[in-house]
Design a binder for this molecule. Structure first.
Ligand SMILES: C[S@@+](CC[C@H](N)C(=O)[O-])C[C@H]1O[C@@H](n2cnc3c(N)ncnc32)[C@H](O)[C@@H]1O
Length: 258
């Protein structure tokens, strides 16, 4: 099945009401602190939160910077982000309706997995000011040993996901989009798999298929994800990669006489 934009909107509209409680990482302060550390927001900065959803990332920046703008394609999600935004724009990340060099920080958490790549990342770099920071945050498989099983779990949990990542993929996307000083950090989020799969947008058949992947998981998957049982439920240590790149100064400015 080809995934259309309407499919993504329909999926997230169904999840909007309960989204903030759908994963422990949603409101994880330690993950938020890594994002802020990578973004290095200044008091005068303008921040763009791409795929802002309900504003869980926007609120990290709200009050710390001069302006926070959110972009998303799902109005039902973004309605909840309004208190943390100076402006919301309903638009796809692949075609951001902003002038080049507009934002000091562009951040996108758990968004690029639904986007056409590398177009969306190139757009994020385009609208970032020279010297500004782009921060991408996404769940990744640990490596080749767990990728097939983990990607299947992710696909079952969210059938409108287009892209699946290994840890180096985020940095590569940044570099190929022209960023300098690309750095990554890893963060492990502990998720109760049954709570995580109860997202309001998939049926019990998909949730049972996810449990079946865990029941039959390879030793490598179990070890990498430190899979354990808690009260009859699977618990998975899921890997986030946070990648930060800096938009280089324009060539003319670099070569300008001093
Ligand atoms: C998993 S949520 C992440 C929300 C938020 N960034 C967070 O970390 O909680 C993914 C969001 O991406 C949005 N989205 C998906 N595809 C998009 C696209 N092509 N352009 C803009 N937003 C998109 C969805 O509507 C949804 O709100």
């Amino acid at each position: 099945m080809t995934i259309q934009r309407d499919d993504v909107v329909e999926h997230f509209a169904a999840r909007a009401r309960t989204y903030d409680r759908s994963s422990s990482w949603c409101t994880d302060e330690a993950l938020g602190a890594i994002v802020l550390g990578m973004a290095q927001p200044g008091a005068d900065d303008a921040v763009l939160d791409v795929a802002c959803g309900t504003g869980l990332v926007s609120r990290l920046f709200s009050g710390r910077v001069a302006r926070v703008v959110g972009v998303d394609i799902t109005a039902d999600m973004a309605e909840q982000a309004q208190p943390y935004l100076d402006e919301f724009v309903l638009a796809p990340a692949e075609s951001l309706p902003f002038e080049p060099d507009t934002f000091d920080v562009v951040v996108c958490r758990q968004g690029i997995q639904f986007m056409t790549l590398p177009d969306a990342v190139r757009e994020m770099v385009r609208v970032t000011k020279p010297g500004g920071r782009i921060v991408l945050i996404n769940l990744c498989a640990y490596g080749d040993a767990d990728r097939d099983e983990y990607f299947e779990v992710l696909r079952l949990r969210n059938p409108v996901r287009r892209n699946f990542f290994l840890p180096d993929d985020l940095a590569r996307l940044m570099t190929e989009a022209g960023c300098d000083e690309v750095e990554t950090e890893r963060y492990v989020s502990v998720e109760d798999v049954d709570a995580w799969s109860d997202n309001g947008a998939i049926g019990e058949d998909n949730r049972e298929a996810i449990r079946e992947v865990y029941r039959n998981a390879s030793p490598a998957f179990q070890e990498l994800h430190s899979v354990r049982m808690d009260g009859g439920r699977f618990v998975d240590q899921m890997l986030f990669v946070v990648a930060r790149g800096v938009k280089p100064a324009a060539p003319a400015a670099r070569n300008a006489p001093r």
